[in-house]
Design a protein around this ligand. Sequence first.
Ligand SMILES: [Zn+2]
Length: 81
Amino acid sequence: MSLRIRCPHCGPRSVEEWVHGEIPVVPDAIADPDARDVDRGYMHTNEHGVVREAWFHLSGCRRWVTLWRDSRTDEWVEPPG
Ligand SMILES: [Zn+2]
């Protein structure tokens, strides 16, 4: 069974309908705007644990959804309180 994502607009849908990416957090120590763009585009943290991700429902409503996923188990989790 493939991973399913609950879209708030379309309901539960197969992961194949989506594209996603890590939401980048650029360190404050990087002040140069060009260096910040490079960090944002290429320096992925690939966290091991609970991560915040942006998912785009490409084959559905074409809207962005922010989700929290445990990268160790591929299970959706509630946002940290
Ligand atoms: Zn949708």
